[in-house]
Design a protein around this ligand. Structure first.
Ligand code: ZN
Length: 291
């Protein structure tokens, strides 16, 4: 299958009340683990790529690995720019072959966020690429940018309606009390904010900062209207812990594949648990995507 925009897979998820996972990829091992398990579980999947990963791998390697993963796959796969910081970066990704992009205008004023997002949507939609935007300010640390708890702004449903009417994005990341990275104290998720916004606009909502949120809160967030959940930190931690464990216990390892394989297995286990938690298992309905 070719790389697909995420619009149809998210609309189906919103209608049937489950969440499509976005797992960020940083190398070949992550990509293999994510696509292999998503295929086994028959779940649609979104491969997230942040700007630091594009710098780390190079655009040609990002595209080659994602296309290799999608080529022989039977499940719908999107290649999605995570937290695109500017119109220029978004355009570079679309030209390279990304099927979906996020433009993160949350650092700007509400009006500036609308005009930047609108510009991205017009360009992306003209070539069949889906767009996610962000409303409010999600706390924590993402791509070296730290947002302090006191600077977190939760959006109102009126703002969401105005934002949606003006931009027509395909997915909207909303700040609802989660934070990027791992939590030091348990997060206080505002389910009321999720429900209000979900009931006000038809666009699927996205939960960022889901790492470390208790399972029952994730389930409740999906019931309240979350249709896409981003997972990054937990896979990174699983991979690093598995690699550290084998290296620490075998100080004579020379073949790097021995520990990379362990890391890949740890990511597979995490991916499987998230797919089941988000209930996207067996939600590969390709016929719907071809309407
Ligand atoms: Zn995020």
């Amino acid at each position: 299958m070719t790389l697909l925009p995420m619009t149809d897979m998210l609309l189906k998820a919103k209608k049937e009340k489950y969440a499509v996972p976005q797992f960020n990829i940083i190398n070949m091992e992550f990509t293999q683990a994510i696509v292999e398990v998503s295929t086994e579980e028959n779940s649609p999947v979104i491969l997230g790529v942040g700007e630091p990963t594009i710098k780390y791998m190079g655009m040609d390697y990002v595209m080659a690995i994602a296309e290799a993963a999608a080529k022989n796959s039977s499940i719908p796969i999107s290649l999605h720019l995570d937290h695109g910081s500017s119109f220029e970066v978004v355009m570079q990704c679309i030209r390279a072959g990304f099927s979906s992009v996020m433009i993160d205008g949350s650092k700007y004023s509400f009006d500036e966020n609308i005009s930047l997002t609108k510009k991205v949507v017009e360009s992306a939609h003209s070539v069949g690429v889906s767009v996610e935007a962000e409303l409010g300010t999600i706390g924590g640390t993402e791509d070296n940018l730290h947002v302090h708890e006191k600077d977190v702004i939760l959006p109102s449903s009126d703002e969401a309606i105005e934002f949606w009417n003006n931009t027509r994005v395909d997915a909207l990341a909303v700040a609802v009390g989660t934070a990027h990275g791992m939590y030091k104290i348990e997060p206080n998720i505002r389910f009321d904010v999720i429900s209000d916004i979900s009931n006000s606009i038809p666009v699927p909502l996205v939960l960022h900062g889901g790492s470390g949120v208790p399972d029952q809160d994730i389930k409740r967030a999906i019931e309240c209207g979350i249709s896409k959940i981003n997972v990054n930190t937990e896979n990174q931690v699983a991979f690093s812990n598995a690699v550290r464990k084998i290296i620490n216990s075998h100080d004579d390892i020379q073949d790097s594949r021995l520990f990379l394989r362990q890391g890949r297995e740890a990511v597979k286990e995490m991916v499987r648990s998230k797919i089941r938690l988000f209930n996207s298992i067996n939600k590969n309905n390709s016929s719907l995507l071809n309407i």
